[in-house]
Design a protein around this ligand. Structure first.
Ligand code: SF4
Length: 337
């Protein structure tokens, strides 16, 4: 089968899978984030993920997770960290999900080794690179000189290799005034720009937002994103996500979220959680013991919490609720900015 025919067949198969799952009403792991590691080669001021670095599943265990979730209906596999590419087997794991018919996505800080992008290009559909502002801001927040340059080079090279590219900025008082520069850079270099507010903890959403970023500041971000979209700048957020920012500091109700019913996250050691912000809120099933497909069915619900504004989760939630503006935005983002 030619590449184009295979792409079309996969898209039709994914669409049919989503339609069947939504029509049945049964919980189905349509979109799964595989957090491969909590280790990271950077130390961002706002991030507590590397402090949690501990046990990680071996390659065979992650392969089993991918295979079981594919058989259970997985249509989108997202790989994240820490820095997922610190695992030497990350490209092969992404390739396995891709070969199984899933759309693949990778979140990275963009500090890649030689040849990594070329290896990934045939099996990676979407690349999201963290980019927190202009070089001076980004490198200071992320604690590594040259990080901005490497991240930007990665975005440009990935687009040249045919991967759909986007950046994501974690907003706090350190960079909220640099939103225009973030959007202008995206327009200049041809990628979509997403933003999300910093949380006090990456594992306990109940603790809320980084306190120094006020509700008023986030409402200002929403206004600026709307204006930027009208100006033709490549704003990644769907209109629904922009509306959400105006509800800070409480973004909604976790009980209405599709986490645990249509999407979920596999943690590095093999536990399955509805989303990483729910990690500290409960005791979650171990996919290594029960099978990852079975673990997914045990996530239960409804979840308790006041929502979040984590961009990948919120966009997935809106798409899987068939919110028209989010579906259109998601399809549009699959092409270049
Ligand atoms: S709204 Fe959904 S993704 Fe966000 S913290 Fe709640 S359950 Fe997790």
């Amino acid at each position: 089968m030619s590449g184009r025919l295979k792409t079309t067949a996969n898209a039709l198969r994914r669409g049919a899978g989503i339609a069947a799952a939504l029509a049945s009403g049964r919980p189905t792991p349509l979109s799964i984030t595989f957090i491969l590691t909590h280790r990271c080669n950077l130390r961002c001021d706002y991030c507590d993920v590397p402090t949690a670095a501990a046990e990680e599943m071996n390659t065979a265990a992650v392969e089993r997770a991918i295979d079981e979730l594919l058989a259970a209906g997985l249509v989108r596999a997202s790989f994240s960290g820490g820095e997922a590419l610190l695992r030497a087997d990350a490209p092969a794991l992404i390739a396995r999900a891709h070969a199984g018919g899933a759309m693949t996505s990778l979140n990275t800080n963009g500090w890649l080794g030689p040849g990594q992008l070329e290896t990934l290009a045939p099996v990676l559909d979407q690349l999201m690179v963290s980019l927190d502002g202009p070089a001076a801001v980004h490198d200071r927040v992320r604690g590594k000189a040259g990080g901005h340059k490497r991240a930007l080079e990665t975005l440009i090279q990935a687009a040249d290799l045919g991967i759909a590219t986007s950046s994501i900025a974690v907003l706090g008082p350190w960079n909220v005034d640099h939103l225009d520069a973030i959007l202008t850079s995206a327009a200049e270099h041809g990628y979509w720009a997403y933003v999300q507010p910093a949380m006090r903890s990456c594992f306990d959403g109940r603790l809320g937002l980084e306190p120094a970023l006020s509700s008023g500041a986030l409402a200002g971000v929403a206004d600026r994103l709307e204006a930027a979209r009208k100006q033709g700048l490549p704003v990644g957020a769907s209109p629904g996500f922009i509306d959400l920012l105006r509800r800070a500091p409480h973004f909604g109700d976790c009980g209405t979220c599709q986490a645990g019913r249509r999407f979920a996250t596999v943690m590095p050691e093999g536990f399955m959680v509805p989303c990483h912000l729910q990690t500290a809120a409960g005791s979650w099933p171990d996919g290594r013991e029960q099978g990852f497909d079975v673990a997914f069915t045990q996530l239960g619900g409804p979840l308790v919490g006041r929502g979040c504004a984590i961009a990948p989760y919120q966009e997935a939630d809106r798409v899987l609720k068939l919110e028209p503006r989010a579906v259109v935005a998601a399809l549009w983002r699959l092409r270049g900015a």
